[in-house]
Ligand binder design. Sequence first.
Ligand SMILES: Nc1nc2c(ncn2[C@@H]2O[C@H](COP(=O)(O)OP(=O)(O)OP(=O)(O)O)[C@@H](O)[C@H]2O)c(=O)[nH]1
Ligand SMILES: [Mg+2]
Length: 533
Amino acid sequence: MNEYGCNVCNEEYSPRDPLKCPRVLTGCGHTICHSCAMTIAGRNYSIFCPFDRTSTPIPGGDVKSLKKNFALLELMERIGEEMSSEEKTDKFSKERLLNLECDENSEHVAVFFCTVCESNLCERCSESTHSTNVLSKHRRIPLTEKPAPVVHCRLHSSYVVEFVCKEVSCDTESPLMCLMCRDYGRHKGHYHVLIEKEVEDLREKLREHLGELTRQSEIVDGAVMNINSTIQELTPGEECGSLEETKQEVRNHFQRLRTAIERDEAAAVETIDRYARTRIESLQTQKERLEAFSRKIGSTCITLHQALIMEKAKILDRKDDLLALAESTAAEPTAVPDPSQLSTRIAFSFSNDRKLHIGDFIESRVVLLGLDGAGKTSIVRRLKKVRIEAAMAPLSTSGFNIETIHHKNYRLTFWDVGGLPKLRHLWKHYYWNAQAIFYVIDGHDVERFSEAIKELNKVMSDPLILTCPVFVAINRKDGSALNNNMDALLSQLESLPFQPHCHYCDAATGSGIDKIIDELTICLSRLNGTCPV
Ligand SMILES: Nc1nc2c(ncn2[C@@H]2O[C@H](COP(=O)(O)OP(=O)(O)OP(=O)(O)O)[C@@H](O)[C@H]2O)c(=O)[nH]1
Ligand SMILES: [Mg+2]
């Protein structure tokens, strides 16, 4: 990294490039470059220091509002000026970059190499040590031109290492070899290359690795920065960021639920009030009718009492009137309510849409679907205890039938919808407020099993009935085809994304139908939080 560079991206600060301008994090005093500050801060109004996690506010959310590090900028300007003037005058700038000590004075930086004394020297020491007539003839070359040090062979010390043996067997021992090793020694006849070529190849490989590692380092640093900004967004207490946004969405969801529940509660209480008002009005009317009747009985009784003490001739004279009055009063319908009608208990239950139902029966809407001829209408007629011939009439439903049955404490309204192909696109219009789906499959119709399952899958995928229990009735249990092909049908049912409740029934004999209705009401009760009686 450069001495004056950003410690996050390792790039040099620049007084001229606005993205590389050093910005001070006032919360902790650390400095990072403008572009890193932008990446870390994102869209937030504060920034976490990447070194010590101290928070610094960003006024207006604009990184430009962070103070520039003017001290650093001035220092860089000055160093820049000094370096450029030095570069202009210093002809040994490259040698100084090597930063080798002068052999005469370790505090000086060497720029020359004396090829005779084999010493590194600075300009001044080169002059002072080679000032005599003899020494001044020594050849001194710039340090950058100094010949590379010669390596001698370990076995033949007077010979220089010139080659590298490339035989695999010599790889573990020293592969370096001199002329003697090559022509007479242990590497005789071995494949070899010049040491310079081997070194250059190695340097090339290292350069490639370096390039790759630098690229990786940029990727890793970028990832670290992204993790930092993610951590920051997920850190509680930040005003903006995904954590707060998600929490707000969750709060909004529950607020909506609370509002809906409060609205339903108010509607339920209002329903009770309305029910009580209607009942009071009806009782009031009943009471007034009974009071009027009581008054009438009273006046009739007075008339009859008076008649009892009348003279014989007079009472007989009024015989017809008196008997007619007595009989008409007695014949008037009394309609006295029995005690159960005067019970103050208000029976109620809730359906799964949180709707209050008053009365002893829980209303539930069941939508009956299935391919044409599956047996839907026959099943409903069976439930309605219609005569067998009428129940099994071969008449396809062209629209829909509605039938209501009472089962335990449920009043089930069956919407029996026609299953002909041209009617199936209308099924979805019956889903609203459905408490259950009753899907009939003709167990005899093996060729249309796949079609039946495809339509069932479509029904179950509709968001309107996602929470609805789905009951599948495999009809014509007595059919011989049913027994032979059951495995095929069951495996297709199992492949559905959600598992329906599967049952067998037979509309012709009526077997299994009541059991399905029983299961259905138990399931509805579980969902409604009520008990089937
Ligand atoms: N043997 C036998 N026949 C049945 C059974 N269920 C229905 N059927 C007969 O199959 C035919 C079609 O029955 P439906 O109840 O009308 O069929 P659906 O599902 O209402 O048909 P669509 O109204 O067209 O959708 C009728 O002739 C019924 O008598 C059964 O369990 N056994
Ligand atoms: Mg029908």
